[in-house]
Design a protein around this ligand. Structure first.
Ligand code: HEM
Length: 453
């Protein structure tokens, strides 16, 4: 047990008795965390349903906390919400300790640089399939398109299954129910109700998980019967043995697949949706994307080797992730009393870190509310502060799919921008929905124009 010399407590708001700041947080969580940092500084105290909480917004302190996760902090998922338990189970996002370490080691090779390069052709092939269905002059919900596309890609590259036109490819409703339930546990009535009380959102979530599990079990059974030539993750999961020689249980298998399937497509799809919206609203930046794609690809199909050459497209994705970090908040819990920037923080306090707050802070980003992809270009004299940009988290629990997500997003953007120009419908107001992640509330209606080179 470490005795801390510092006694100073951070300033903050205590909110209402019992619920603390829950109502304000639930009404508009982004506004709440932004105000908290502005009014009380980089270590700001508040309370949520009786849980002592602080929001830390100093980049160096945030970096230390992320790096020390697993040592002085735990991942904050020790008491997962009901939705997390049901949806993500004990998969890679939620597991802790030695079990998490073993699973991470097992899954990591699928995301190594050399492995993800091999996925590039598949990403482009499926993107071109989508591009062929885009009819010039028509209106589409781009968000829906990005969701179906990234879902098809993740299931193929990780588990060698093409879900297009199958029942698994048509689980949007189930998926929405899960994301709503995750959001509701943060900001809805579910945040204050005990787990045993059923609510419509909880009921729909349970039905959704059961439905998706049923479909995934069929897939597992089929693989058991037929095997696969591919060394994909599904085969690896099924062949792995623990130190006692035991295989993964079906339950664990389902938790890992559901986790990778969910974490591996909604985040990338939503990032692409924000990129399309921002490009549509910033014609000069959009013109640079099209010029770069035409120059680098010269009408060719993109490959993994083109990704580093598409510098402006990379910058667009990075900037979209700065403006709209889909995983906008995360949490850690100190295992014992710790000092953060001169303040005494008791063990067990919820320590919140918000990419949204860091990314919109004018101390770290010039004109933080403007979409400026050029801030990420390598020839720019001053690059943004590394620790202030955390769309993929950091430390040992950094997103395992970050390299894959960047490559996938750039290839999808380039392959679609090569063939079509998209313009958001002027009357379509895009609203933020905080449902687990930060996504466009009513999709993204856009019209398409064919491009000719
Ligand atoms: C633009 C897309 C993505 C964003 C913004 C994103 C963001 C994040 C963030 C912020 C974390 C850390 C959360 C925390 O510290 O509490 C994380 C973890 C994770 N992400 Fe991603 N992610 C993306 C794409 C992907 C993809 C494509 C996969 C592939 C399956 C993936 C799988 C995971 C997993 C499994 C974890 C948990 C890792 C662990 O705890 O060991 N993500 N992601």
């Amino acid at each position: 047990m470490v005795t801390l010399e510092v006694e100073k407590q951070p300033a903050g708001t205590s909110g209402f008795p019992i619920i603390g700041s829950m109502a304000e947080f639930a009404r508009d969580p982004i506004k709440f965390v932004t105000r908290l940092q502005r009014d009380y500084g980089d270590v700001a105290a508040f309370s949520l349903m009786g849980s002592k909480s602080v929001l830390v917004s100093d980049p160096q302190a945030v970096d230390r906390i992320l790096v020390e996760t697993g040592k002085r902090y735990d991942h904050g998922k020790r008491n997962p919400s009901l939705a997390m338990q049901k949806i993500l189970g004990n998969g890679l996002v939620t597991s802790e300790g030695d079990f998490w370490k073993r699973q991470r080691k097992l899954i990591a090779p699928a995301f190594h640089h050399q492995s993800i390069k091999k996925y590039a052709d598949q990403i482009v092939e499926y993107t071109q399939d989508l591009a062929k269905t885009w009819q010039p002059g028509t209106t589409r919900d781009l968000h829906q398109d990005m969701m179906s596309l990234t879902q098809r890609i993740i299931m193929k590259v990780l588990f060698d299954v093409d879900v297009q036109g199958t029942v698994i490819g048509d689980v949007t409703g189930s998926f929405d129910a899960m994301m709503h339930a995750l959001g509701a546990e943060q900001t809805g009535i579910e945040a204050i109700l005990p787990d045993f009380i059923p609510t419509p959102s909880r009921r729909q979530m349970q039905e959704a998980v059961t439905h998706v599990n049923g479909l995934l079990l069929e897939l597992i059974e089929q693989r058991r019967k037929e095997g696969s030539e591919q060394r994909d993750l599904l085969t690896m999961f099924m062949e792995t043995r623990d130190e006692d020689g035991q295989p993964m249980s079906d339950e664990q298998l389902l938790d890992e697949i559901r986790t990778l399937y969910l974490a591996g497509h909604e985040t990338t799809a939503t990032t692409l949706s924000w990129a399309w919206m921002l490009l549509s609203q910033n014609p000069e930046a959009y013109a640079q994307v099209e010029a770069e794609v035409d120059r680098v690809l010269n009408g060719r199909t993109p490959t993994s080797d083109d990704v580093p050459q598409l510098a402006y497209c990379n910058a667009v994705i990075k900037e979209s992730l700065r403006c709209y970090p889909v995983a906008w908040i995360t949490r850690r819990v100190p295992l014992e009393d710790v000092e953060i920037n001169g303040y005494h923080i008791a063990g067990g306090t919820f320590v919140f870190l918000s990419p949204w707050v860091l990314h919109h802070d004018s101390r770290w980003f010039e004109k933080p509310d403007a979409f400026m992809p050029e801030r990420w270009l390598k020839d720019k004299a001053e690059q943004p502060l590394r620790e202030a940009y955390i769309p993929f988290g950091g430390g040992p629990r950094v997103c395992i799919g970050n390299g894959f997500a960047m490559m996938e997003s750039v290839l999808i953007l380039a392959a679609l921008a090569q063939k079509h120009h998209v313009a958001l419908l002027p009357e379509h107001r895009v609203e933020l929905e905080i449902a687990g992640t930060l996504r466009p509330k009513s999709g993204l209606e856009a019209t398409l124009t064919a491009r000719s080179l």
